[in-house]
Design a protein around this ligand. Structure first.
Ligand code: ADP
Ligand code: MG
Length: 243
């Protein structure tokens, strides 16, 4: 299997507070990895380190056989290869749906407007938002906003999509439409790293589940292992509280 990203001995501290401790894992092409764990266990910080929204304090991130933390020249190129979907959507409120999905393509990837719009339209169809291209984010429901945010990230044609609790800011009735899109993306072979508290989604869609506790990976395995026969006591405790 082709390795897309490998995280090796990653550490992150904020001042004296060590939030990530010796994190090691890889993401393979076409794989869906779900990260679960209690609030405050470091899941968001890990995703933010992977896409360099936070600077790791130690360790390596290997991408295309290079430690990207060593090689300053490639940081921008590397970041364009990672799509990010946030809990709070982070859409540009002063742009239309189509504008949201083209601006990064034109500014960062230097695509022409016509190219960018064609690609954006493709991904807006994938998420079922092609009929809203002229709408502004404020006119959309939470579920629609999140689907646009997914289309925007996909429009950059990243190697990996990172999702940080993409459904936890949504009203319950909108969670399903976003999970459905994510499931379809997973089935289409997209490489995905998903922080989620949707255990049903993790069980059904993940190839691998990573359980984080207090800044470490406490346990990892396929969904059956983690959910049915967890080895660690703290995994069992977490699942008991969550399920
Ligand atoms: P999770 O996403 O699992 O809920 P986070 O990664 O958000 O956890 O947070 C892990 C720990 O790191 C928490 O104790 C949080 O307070 C701390 N933390 C996160 N971001 C910062 C920051 N920018 N400055 C200081 N502490 C932070
Ligand atoms: Mg978080």
């Amino acid at each position: 299997m082709e390795q897309v990203i490998a995280i090796q001995h990653l550490n992150k501290s904020f001042g004296q507070h060590e939030v990530l401790k010796d994190i090691n894992f890889s993401v393979y092409k076409g794989e869906v990895v779900c990260i679960i764990g209690s609030s405050g266990s470091g899941k968001s910080t890990l995703l933010r380190c992977v896409n360099l929204l936070e600077k790791p304090t130690g360790g390596q991130i290997i991408y295309q056989a290079k430690n990207i933390l060593d090689d300053n020249h490639n940081l921008t190129a590397y970041r364009t290869k990672l799509g990010m979907v946030f809990q709070q959507f982070n859409l540009f409120n002063n742009h239309t749906v189509l504008g949201n999905c083209t601006i990064g393509q034109m500014q960062v990837l230097k695509r022409t407007k016509a190219e960018a719009e064609e690609i954006a339209m493709h991904y807006l169809k994938v998420v079922g938002m092609e009929n809203y291209i002229h709408a502004r984010p404020r006119q959309l429901s939470g579920g629609q906003k999140q689907r646009v945010a997914i289309a925007r990230a996909l429009s950059m044609e990243p190697d990996v999509m990172l999702f940080d609790e993409p459904t936890s800011a949504l009203d319950p009735e909108m969670v399903g439409e976003v999970l459905k899109v994510m499931k379809e993306l997973a089935e289409s072979g997209l490489t995905m790293l998903v922080v989620t508290h949707e255990m049903g989604f993790a069980k059904e869609v993940a190839d691998r589940v990573v359980f984080m506790d207090k800044g470490v990976i406490a346990e990892e395995g396929n969904p059956e292992q983690i959910f049915n026969t967890p080895i660690q006591e703290r995994t069992r405790e977490f699942l008991k509280r969550t399920l």
